[in-house]
Every structure is written in C-alpha cells, then in structure tokens.
Design a protein around this ligand. Structure first.
Ligand code: SF4
Length: 251
C-alpha cells in the first residue's frame, strides 16, 4: 500500500501534427519502494487523473526490455536525456519532469520516431557482409587487443541520447551523429567487416558525415553505455582522411 505520492510534470501532445494540443500536465502518482520512472508511468496508467482532479487519456510512452538494453524508453527526465527504466524516482528532485526527445519527430506524448538512426546504420552498412550461400568455415581470428577495443563500441543500443545532446544535430544540418560513426569504427575493426571498410568511409565523407562533428563532446557525457564516442569520431576521421588521400591506390 503506497504511503505517499510522487509528483510528475509531463509534457504532452496528442499527435505529430497537433502542436495546438501541446501542454504540461501534473500527476501525483502513488510511491512504491524502488520505483523508477517507467513503473511510475505504469502506475499512472491505472488512474490517469491530474492534480486538478481531471481524468485524462493516459500518457503514451514506449518501452521494451525494461533493463537499459533496447533504448526504447529514452526521454528527457528532469532536463537530462536518459532511459526511463533506470531513472530511480527516489534519486530525483520533484516534480519529476518528463519530455520527449526533441531531435526526432514526435509521435505522441513521450514517444518519438527514431527511424533516422536505423536508416543511418543502413547508410554506413553497419553489419558484416555475409550472404550465407556457402559454408565459409570459421572466420578469421580477432586479436585480444581488437576484441578489447571493439567490445565497448558494440554496446550501442541506438537509444538516441547522443543525437539529442549533440548541437550539430539540428533542423539546419544533416549531420549523421556519433552513433553511426561509432558503428563504422566497430565494423571497420572487424577482420571480415573490413572488406566493406571503404564503402563505410565513403558514406561518411560528405558534409553530413564525420566532418560535421563540432567537437562539443556532449555525446560522450550522455551515452548510457559509456561508449568512447569522441575517440571513435577521431579514429574514423583519421580513416576518412587516409582513405581520401590514398584510397585510390587500392582501387
Ligand atoms: Fe545511445 Fe550511446 Fe548508442 Fe548514442 S552511442 S545511441 S548514446 S548507446
């Protein structure tokens, strides 16, 4: 039985084209031990009544894994972009404000459309190209050093925090952002992934590519997986310069 409540202030909008419905609503949500923002939203859904006593449609949000692996519940919590599943209510001042990310098209309330990130992964071919038509046997061995560099890079969950925090990602620029650049570093390190290394670098050689980084370094501050994004951007930047100068020798 809850003994007290937690106040939430939530930014809402009824749909992508309904800017006229944008508003803040406040809710007092029954507190439970170990409560996080997602469990508070689930509690709210049972009784969506504002502090003024008005019953409203429940707040819409997205979540899948509930353990900071999928990135679906990314939102702005008390002004900082993060996952709602790991935002513990007892560690935050109230009212706890919830807003949708601003660098992605809004779907409704706290849900945004992150598909640009997945299109960017396609653009840089963020995979190891194997067609599966014949048995290739065991792949080449990766050195211990390579594995240790690659593992942290592989932890990206496409959550979008780094794009949200990046000043170069805005409606006046097409900068691809740190996540896709980091994936180029990851797959260009892989002994088989290297085969498509030149194509990945070429995808990042336009104005919207790695040169669009303004070195603000916000990305590395907000990445929940502590991926060394600044190092990845510097590394891929070196690779693109080398490819631009000497890549033609390999053709
Ligand atoms: Fe999220 Fe970090 Fe991946 Fe950016 S690099 S999408 S912040 S996990």
């Amino acid at each position: 039985m809850a003994t007290h409540t937690v106040r939430f202030k939530i930014k809402r909008q009824d749909g992508p084209t309904r800017a006229d419905t944008q508003r803040w609503e406040e809710f007092d949500i029954p507190w439970h031990p170990q409560m996080n923002v997602l469990s508070a939203l689930m509690e709210h859904r049972r009784n969506p009544v504002t502090v003024e006593g008005k019953t409203v449609p429940p707040v819409v949000w997205e979540s899948v894994c509930l353990e900071e692996v999928c990135g679906a519940c990314t939102m702005i919590v008390n002004g900082r972009v993060r996952q709602a599943c790991t935002a513990l209510v007892d560690q935050m001042p109230q009212p706890i404000t919830l807003e949708p990310m601003t660098k992605f098209p809004l779907v409704r309330d706290l849900v945004v459309d992150r598909s640009r990130m997945f299109k960017d992964l396609q653009k840089v071919k963020a995979w190891v190209q194997l067609d599966g038509t014949h048995e290739l046997g065991p792949g080449p061995r990766q050195s211990q050093e390579n594995q240790e560099t690659a593992y942290p890079l592989s932890r990206c969950m496409t959550c979008g925090c780094c794009l949200e925090a990046c000043p170069q990602v805005n409606d006046r620029s097409d900068f691809i952002g740190p996540a896709a650049i980091n994936q180029v570093r990851l797959f260009n390190l892989h002994p088989s992934g290297k085969m498509n290394g030149a194509e990945r670098l070429e995808a990042l050689m336009g104005e919207d590519g790695v040169a669009g980084c303004g070195k603000a370094q916000n990305c590395v501050e907000v990445c929940p997986k502590e991926i060394p994004l600044v190092d990845s951007i510097a590394d891929v930047s070196r690779q693109t310069t080398k490819h631009m100068l000497f890549g033609w020798l390999l053709k």
